[in-house]
Design a protein around this ligand. Structure first.
Ligand SMILES: [Zn+2]
Ligand SMILES: [Zn+2]
Ligand SMILES: [Zn+2]
Length: 134
């Protein structure tokens, strides 16, 4: 009985290790932003026993270890393996969101106590389409 338990444990452990390895490989091949669902559907092709909960747990652990970075984009959580910045310009009238590039926020550094890893900024305004309508 004990023996079976031990073997079961070993099997479970090695499967977890294998799944983690698969997930790490998948993440390493991501050059852009990705979601948990995207990673899940990719690894599922290689290991159909993997569950979405495993993916979430893995991503949480990676984030805690500062190996991935997370952002909120269009009410979805997205991740990046690099400390990229993620900025939006959202029109208050039509709600359309576009991505903008903002490389540095040096002017804000003295307001922050601590080190900046990455930033996400949401800027609101009126888009050109909407402002041309008047
Ligand atoms: Zn970060
Ligand atoms: Zn976004
Ligand atoms: Zn607009």
């Amino acid at each position: 009985m004990l023996m079976i338990l031990i073997i079961n444990n070993m099997v479970r452990q090695s499967r977890q290790t294998l799944q983690k390895k698969l997930l790490s490989q998948e993440l390493a091949s991501c050059s852009s932003f990705f979601t948990a669902d995207e990673i899940f559907s990719k690894v599922k092709k290689k290991d159909d026993k993997i569950g979405i909960a495993t993916v979430y747990r893995f991503l949480k652990e990676m984030k805690k270890n500062e190996q991935i970075h997370s952002y909120l984009c269009d009410r979805r959580v997205i991740y990046s393996t690099h400390p990229k910045n993620h900025c939006h310009f959202t029109c208050e009238r039509c709600g359309k969101t576009s991505h903008i590039t903002l490389d540095n926020i040096d002017f804000m550094k003295k307001k922050i106590e601590g080190n900046i890893c990455h930033f996400q900024i949401d800027i609101c305004g009126i888009c050109t389409v909407c402002s041309n309508k008047k």
